[in-house]
Design a protein around this ligand. Structure first.
Ligand SMILES: [Zn+2]
Length: 128
């Protein structure tokens, strides 16, 4: 199915009342109504496409797993940094601690960027 307006072939389904509409994923325009038989076919098509999508060399299921793992890691590193900060206000941090903090802060930045990128992709594909 190709959008007559923007020529995109990415679409999504949305139910409204008792019917199902097909909408263009790029421009959001309504394309047509489908019966339940066609709806099943299109849903299968969407599933097939989802499986074919890869992000950063990983398929979508793996991407979702990775995203979850990144978020968990992010939380634990921010927790450690908070602890570091609390302690260093009492006692001045030594060089070793400062280096460790720097590494963690850097890691946190990397994770933030990765999480944002994955979120962006998943949101754009409407599969979060
Ligand atoms: Zn369109």
């Amino acid at each position: 199915m190709v959008c007559g307006y923007c020529k995109s072939d990415m679409f999504f389904l949305k139910d409204s009342e008792d019917k199902t509409g097909v909408y263009c994923q790029s421009c959001g325009r309504w394309l047509k109504w489908v019966d339940s038989e066609e709806k099943m076919k299109l849903m299968a098509e969407i599933e097939k496409r989802k499986r074919a999508i890869t992000v950063d060399g990983a398929n979508l299921e793996l991407v979702k797993e990775k995203l979850k793992a990144y978020k968990k890691k992010y939380d634990s590193i921010s927790e450690e940094l908070r602890f570091f900060k609390q302690r260093s206000t009492k006692n001045k941090a030594n060089e070793l601690e400062s280096a460790a903090m720097y590494d963690k802060a850097l890691k946190l930045k990397e994770l933030t960027a990765k999480i944002a990128a994955y979120d962006e992709v998943l949101t754009t594909l409407r599969i979060k």
